[in-house]
Design a binder for this molecule. Sequence first.
Ligand code: AMP
Ligand code: MG
Length: 350
Amino acid sequence: METKIIKVDPERPDKSALEEAARILRAGGLVAFPTETVYGLGANGLDANACKRIYEAKGRPSDNPLILTIGDISGLYPIVGRVTENAEKIIDAFWPGPITLVLPKADCVPMEVTGGLDTVAVRFPSNAVARELIKTAGIPVAAPSANSSGKPSPTRASHVEFDLNGKIDMIIDGGPADWGLESTILDVSVDRPVLLRPGAVTKEMIEEIVGEIDVDPAVYSKPSADIVPKAPGMKYKHYSPAAKVILVSGNLENVVKTINEKVSEDSAKGLKVGVMATEQTKNRYTGASVLVVGDRDKPETIGANLFKILRKFDHIGADVVYSEVFDEAGEGAAIMNRLNKAAGFNYIYC
Ligand code: AMP
Ligand code: MG
């Protein structure tokens, strides 16, 4: 299959391009498009066959459910069984934006979308291209991240092209994703909301609106065989580059020293070694391929670059990557959640 790639203005996307993409979606095809979190792989969310094509293109396990995106708040009511009180509060505070809500599903939502669950995950993105596309299509658009399953999520059209070229109908290039990490997921189908995945809308921000919430254990720890996470995707190895990623934790001086020691040990064994550094430390590493993920004083830069840098380590063919770790407060929770998964919770403490 030939994949058509169209570039659009991120603020004022060309109407005819979006109409062409919307036609493909309505006809059961696959279109990748930018959102404020990462690039999504869209299909008609009410068409079970179209959704099956998402799983095929991504190589995604079929029990890992999809998120339905809407282009307008009115798109919510036909696809959910009930809008809970907590859902209403979160919607008022944060939609459109980077938070996904899990709610009881309506009958029209196929089991292929929900992985057999009786709940559905819904998001109303703020990105202008995403909103206009979904509105033009006039259907809920199932849109998981537009990467090959298990690879870091795509934050640029070129990442989507690398993973899915020839497997999908169209890629809309609307520039880099602003935030760069997948949406927060909050289960509001139950009385006391549960955070299933940390993201740009932080636990602290949510608790200001609805009071104390629970956090699914899979957010902070390696899912064990006997824990079945509520977000089925969390049991799969996610966000991982081909290289083995090792996180080095401790006081920053010790971290730099330990990483330099590890670099010379591994290089002596003939391994190609990468170091994920920050603006603050980039000049202090020797003998490795050093990539800067961002500025410690501006955590949003680390979130925006993380997946791009993990992909770069693959392109340069790193066998092992040592990474510094970051403060888990606020948006740092989302960054460390993705980094922990990329590393399979593999730590050196120093
Ligand atoms: P992605 O679209 O690739 O960012 O992944 C979507 C994630 O949303 C999956 O990993 C699922 O675990 C989660 N998800 C989707 N629908 C549900 C649901 N009904 N209940 C819980 N988690 C869900
Ligand atoms: Mg994904």
